[in-house]
Design a protein around this ligand. Structure first.
Ligand SMILES: C=CC1=C(C)c2cc3[nH]c(cc4nc(cc5[nH]c(cc1n2)c(C)c5CCC(=O)O)C(CCC(=O)O)=C4C)c(C)c3C=C
Ligand SMILES: [Fe+2]
Length: 383
């Protein structure tokens, strides 16, 4: 059709704002995906516990103000020789549904910071997975910041001003970053968007509250302050889109096990029809092929495992040989990082999509619950 999606969750309201404090998990996880992301990781640069503590406190205060559409300090100080605190480029743009989600990497929970005994029980580096082609400069990080908004400049401003605070405290320095667009996942009330391969992405995602309780928020194990936290896995996945564009449509549909335009499974007619993984054609071949992405990833074929996907499309422009350089910033949330590994172990080994993608970046972070008002992210781990 020639019209844009008009589900309630697709309507842009640049005055919409979310709360940083007091929610179950941090904002930016269950929040219906906004249109843009600026994702950045940081390395810790100070060995001092106090510096990390001050950074998390100052980030929290700043994020709370930014999510309300405010500045984090003066843009134009009255004394002419003073420096502005807020860089100013988001003035007048509104809150634009900004959420900033902060994650803590494995190095936070070490003796360096006296935090080894506070380590989230399941936090560790991901194991090496089949088909990994990870570049060190796009991998790892001790802190992550996921800023999402309906205006890209609002998201960028948030990350930029948080990076300034990191530098100012001497606690952390930038490591790797991805700017993404065209949310490649759907939340409640949203039309399923498309990734850069042209397929609807996010059809069978976690939506219901009961599933968030079951698969996303941490409920037990570890220190009590970690309750309602979750684990964030991020993968920068390059897509060889120029090769993809030369592939026959029948093959493209077989790669995913779905029809490109409707998003319906190859065994159905409508997007939300349940795939029938047993169905065979008259020749005895599986209608959804053995190597189809959805067959390998579906909870029916993974002992009921489900993860929340909150990905975005990205482009890095043109590569060194003149090809379009683009892909998917895949972000998933789950209450055990092994759930991601179990699915990716299968995908990395057998997915027909592997011909067209490479996992080039990776990170894993514990995302603490939302702080209470007057408190800051992970404050309890310092007490
Ligand atoms: C390890 C987890 C996953 C990675 C990595 C991943 C990469 C990836 N996916 C697409 C496109 C689609 N994925 C779809 C479904 C889907 N993908 C995963 C997991 C990973 N994907 C799951 C768990 C599911 C749901 C499976 C199911 O229950 O049926 C789909 C189909 C539509 C949908 O349900 O979202 C598409 C399309 C790309 C392009 C990609 C890497 C670049
Ligand atoms: Fe997928």
């Amino acid at each position: 059709s020639a019209t844009a999606a008009t589900d309630a969750g697709d309507m842009l309201d640049l005055n919409r704002r979310y709360d940083f404090y007091g929610e179950v998990g941090q904002a930016g996880i269950r929040t219906p995906p906004q249109r843009h992301i600026f994702y950045m990781t940081f390395d810790l640069t100070s060995p001092l516990r106090r510096d990390l503590q001050v950074l998390l406190a100052r980030w929290s205060g700043a994020i709370a103000q930014l999510m309300q559409g405010g500045t984090i300090g003066q843009v134009e100080p009255s004394r002419p020789n003073a420096t502005g605190f807020d860089t100013g480029e988001a003035l007048d743009l509104g809150p634009a549904s900004l959420t900033v989600t902060v994650g803590l990497g494995p190095k936070v929970f070490t003796d360096t910071y006296g935090l080894a005994d506070q380590k989230p029980p399941l936090l560790r580096n991901l194991r090496q997975l089949p088909s990994d082609d990870l570049k060190p400069e796009l991998t790892g990080g001790d802190l992550s910041v996921q800023a999402c908004a309906d205006d890209p400049q609002v998201a960028y401003h948030a990350v930029r001003d948080l990076a300034r605070i990191a530098k100012d405290t001497g606690a952390a320095a930038t490591r790797w970053t991805v700017m993404g667009f065209g949310r490649a996942s759907a939340g409640k009330g949203q039309t399923t968007p498309r990734n850069l391969l042209g397929f609807k992405d996010g059809t069978r995602n976690i939506i219901e509250e009961a599933d968030f309780e079951k698969f996303i928020w941490l409920k037990e194990g570890g220190p009590s302050w970690q309750r309602n936290g979750t684990y964030q896995v991020v993968r920068k996945i390059k897509m060889h889109i120029e090769n993809w564009d030369t592939d026959r449509i029948g093959d493209q549909n077989n790669v995913f096990g779905r029809f490109k335009v409707s998003g319906a499974p190859l065994t159905g007619a409508e997007e939300f029809d349940t795939p029938d993984f047993r169905k065979q054609d008259p020749g005895g071949n599986l209608v959804i092929p053995a190597t189809a992405h959805i067959r390998l990833a579906a909870h029916e074929n993974n002992n009921g495992l489900r993860i929340l996907r909150r990905s975005y499309n990205y482009t890095d422009g043109i590569n060194e040989i003149g090809l379009l350089d683009a892909g998917l910033l895949f972000i998933s949330y789950q209450n055990d990082p092994a759930h991601f590994e179990t699915i990716q172990e299968k995908l990395g080994a057998s997915d027909a999509l592997n011909e067209y993608i490479s996992h080039i970046g990776s990170g894993i972070f514990f995302v603490p619950p939302a702080p209470r008002k007057g408190s800051y992210i992970a404050q309890e781990m310092f007490t």
